[in-house]
Design a protein around this ligand. Structure first.
Ligand code: MN
Length: 543
């Protein structure tokens, strides 16, 4: 993908005209240039006035689209009506959400995606734009649900168009050919979940997080009994694992000043191997994936662990050796020297792959791939300075708690697993990063005025006199904070753990209280406090 060409917005003029971007969560229309070498297709299940499935094929930098009332199928006996609708922008191919009002009002899940190609047996389809203009395209889908050879053919020409209110008369038929992928009786309504977030349409409306399977006992046993390397299949995908017994982090020592006391549980002092890390990320997947799905992800990699004080490095691009089932997001705006293809985590297999790739620390974008300029959260980052005590960090966090209560905002804190506390405030769609950053800055300055002896506003670390920083600048595109339930590179493998507000008053709380070895028992016991902020769409009040 290359930067958008502002001179050619025409193809998306109808898309732009139909929508009010101050109220819809859908992305604005931008034509992009394909540099990935494959063409993307998506199908979105859209419960609008009438339920339909939107089939979208990438052609010349946009998604050419049809609304298919009964949905596409693998059954060659079904000849499905498809109504041609306006071209959609490329990033719409990652959109899911609730369109609360206006055009297309209803809820959308990404029902299927993958890549497509013109059917090589039909030269007339080799130029897809020309074939569609002529009223017949033969093509092959390579998706998660849909696969094989299709034809879409116009049966009556639309009289409406750009200025028309409706193009319901631009009718086509979508037919699956009788090929090896055909399945008689295959009904799309039997396969409702999103391929991106594993949610259903009602989940989107209710703000319910997606559900992902935990690894089975048999799968875990296969990992535990594997040698130093091998192939591991979890949740249907296979990853090649290496260096499983390599020690990545020492166990938690007994006499580290400023650190929490050794947590109870099995073997806190035992060193952490790569096998432990792979196992943890597989098991945490059902809890962690809701905060990663649909977002580009940056990895902080430690290929040699932290033994010998090794430093990590940021890794954004998906390497070419990654397996084909790894979900990738090509950033449509990446410049020539920027990362093009980002990792998207859609379940345990992707987390296992990232763990084997030594991506110890996982940082998701604050915005989604569908709408990179719109944050889903406003983030408060209490970053202690060298002189800041844990009690002082808690004092600042409690001031934010009071502020959230007074502003009537739903939010939750989490410990970073290192020394700090972050607070996540979910926002409705439509905010810019400038707005969330401005809100967090204003709020942080208000809190800072209450405890000026604890907080510094100096940009340079050495001018902060060891005081804490309230860092609002992470509220920006492609700036990231550590994910809920990510490991941190420190002895004992501490975890960034979401909290209930009243846990800030627990005398046993420390910023690195939970480790790779005791987070899962905590979740089994009290659940995930961040479920309270999942799917919450709220306004940020004026300060
Ligand atoms: Mn639709």
């Amino acid at each position: 993908m290359s930067p958008p060409d502002a001179a050619t917005p025409d193809k998306l003029a109808e898309y732009q005209t139909k929508r009010d971007f101050s109220s819809t969560p859908e992305p604005p229309g931008v034509v992009v240039e394909n540099t990935t070498g494959t063409l993307r297709f998506v199908v979105q299940r859209h419960r609008a006035t009438r339920l339909h499935y939107d089939l979208r094929l990438e052609v010349d930098g946009v998604l050419v689209s049809w609304a298919v009332p009964k949905g596409p199928s693998l059954d060659p006996a079904r000849k499905n009506l498809a109504v041609k609708v306006e071209d959609h922008p490329y990033v719409y191919g990652w959109f899911e959400g609730n369109i609360g009002s206006g055009y297309g009002k209803g809820d959308v899940v990404l029902w299927d995606d993958g890549w497509w190609e013109p059917d090589p047996e039909y030269p007339a389809s080799a130029d897809p734009a020309a074939a569609i203009a002529a009223g017949e395209l033969k093509f092959v889908l390579h998706g998660h649900k849909l696969r094989g050879r299709y034809v879409i053919v116009r049966t009556s020409r639309g009289g409406g168009g750009r200025s028309g209110r409706s193009r319901d008369d631009d009718q086509w038929l979508l037919i699956h050919k009788k090929d090896a992928d055909a399945v008689a009786g295959w009904d799309p309504e039997d396969h409702l979940r999103s391929v991106l977030s594993n949610r259903t349409n009602p989940d989107i409306v209710a703000g319910t997080p997606g559900r992902w399977p935990a690894p089975t006992k048999a799968e875990l046993r296969a990992l535990d009994t594997m040698g130093e390397k091998g192939q591991w299949t979890v949740a249907g995908e296979t990853t090649r694992l290496t260096n499983l017994d390599k020690v990545f982090m020492p166990g938690r020592g007994t006499a580290e000043p400023g650190r929490g006391t050794a947590a109870p549980g099995r073997g806190t002092a035992a060193p952490i191997t790569k096998r432990d890390i792979v196992r943890y990320y597989a098991q945490i997947a059902p809890w962690m994936t809701p905060y990663l799905a649909g977002r580009p992800v940056n990895l902080n990699r430690f290929p040699d662990g932290i033994i010998g004080a090794k430093k990590g490095f940021w890794h954004k691009a998906v390497p070419t050796h990654a397996p084909p089932w790894i979900r990738r997001w090509p950033n449509p705006r990446a410049g020539t020297d920027e990362t093009r293809e980002y990792l998207m985590v859609d379940g345990a297999p992707a987390l296992v792959w990232a763990a084997n790739f030594a991506g110890i620390e996982i940082h998701p974008w604050t915005s989604t791939a569908a709408n990179p300029d719109q944050p889903s959260y406003a983030l408060i980052d209490i970053d202690p300075g060298p002189s800041t005590t844990w009690d002082e960090t808690l004092t600042i966090a409690r001031l934010f708690r009071v502020a959230m209560q007074q502003l009537d905002l739903v939010a939750r804190p989490k410990v970073t697993g290192q020394r700090g506390i972050q607070i996540w405030i979910p926002v409705r769609s439509g905010y810019t990063f400038q707005q969330t950053s401005g809100f967090v800055e204003a709020l942080s300055r208000t809190v800072g005025r209450v405890v000026p002896e604890l907080v510094s506003w100096q940009w340079h670390k050495n001018e902060r006199r060891g005081l804490a920083r309230l860092d609002y600048t992470q509220n920006a595109v492609n700036k990231t904070l550590v994910a809920p339930y990510s490991l941190r590179p420190a002895p004992g493998a501490p975890v960034s753990v979401p909290l209930e507000w009243d846990e800030l008053d627990d005398p046993k709380l420390t910023p690195d209280r939970w480790t790779i070895r005791d987070v899962l028992p905590r979740l089994a016991k009290i659940g995930d406090p961040f479920v309270a902020i999942t799917g919450v769409e709220q306004d940020l009040p004026a300060l």
